[in-house]
Design a protein around this ligand. Sequence first.
Ligand code: SAH
Ligand code: SF4
Length: 344
Amino acid sequence: MDRVFIKDFPLDALETWVQGIGERPFRARQIFRHLYNRLIRSWDECSDLSKAFRTQLEYGTRLDAVETAATEDATDGTRKFVFRLHDGKLIESVLIPDPPRLTACVSSQVGCALGCRFCLTGTMGLQRNLSTAEIVDQLVHMQQAVGAERRITNIVFMGMGEPLANEEALLRALRILLDPTGFGFSHRRITVSTVGLVPQMVRLGRESPVNLAVSLHAADDETRNRLMPINRKYPLATLMDACRAYPMPSRKRITFEYILLKDVNDRPEDARRLVRLLSSVRSKVNLIPFNPHPDLPFERPSEERVLAFQDILHQAHLTATIRQSRGADIRAACGQLAARMVSS
Ligand code: SAH
Ligand code: SF4
């Protein structure tokens, strides 16, 4: 019999599973606490479970869905993790210290099918979706690596892949991460970033209270079509309708990510168009100066250009922050994640 990945199960599914092997449902809570509070590395650490049950867990399940293949530390404290999956494929995740926060940037797919022109992950194509266990285990392993004194405070789904193209596994992972019996993250501290897959956005809004970030990158269809093939399927009007309809408690806003590409979308008229586009949505803007790479055909705008763009948004009373590039010296910055497919 194939062993199950224990981290695939939200609490209710785990209850069903433990009952299936003849245990009482409350055992699921104990297991959940061991997995996501105590961050056990072996079933031997669970002394409140009988020896017989531990043996069943040992032989019937897989505790790890990823293993750490390498870590790399940037000069600014950012740490990149390369994780190996059971089929040998590699993904990357990043831990970004920004006291008092410690943000984990996690992957949702191996590669990505959506082919945005400015993104290194996009150049890989899609290899496969991650399972729920593979998503959750990135966080377990990163938290184990930093130790109990420093808790991960925030999670962003901005690593490799398009989370809403892997929605089933994502929604299950979110339920595990939000469950107070386990990690117990607040929905205010988890952000899912999407290129704007409209039907999946609607479902996410219905089923999960986490924050939404939309990768916009252009405020007109012509430019967005050129940068992001998905815009032909869900053009701006459709996307913005979905954003306006997005269910949000009163204090929440949608974050719109906007990569600034020199002479492509960074002119004052682009900023003004962005202001008009966002005028009817509860929004904030995150400006991301492009992180260049030899394989990508764009340049980063000058600092003055970035500040002038931000200024136009500020004058229109839009909240607009500039994302500081972190971990650039180890290729951990936004859009630079593309695990080299070396097997070892
Ligand atoms: N697929 C999702 C989430 C992963 S991409 C999405 O696109 O939203 C995470 C962020 O990195 C996105 O905002 C993306 O636009 C940004 N990004 C990609 N390539 C980049 C680059 N070369 N420089 C800066 N940011 C980049
Ligand atoms: Fe995929 Fe996001 Fe990269 Fe676009 S920016 S190719 S959606 S990972």
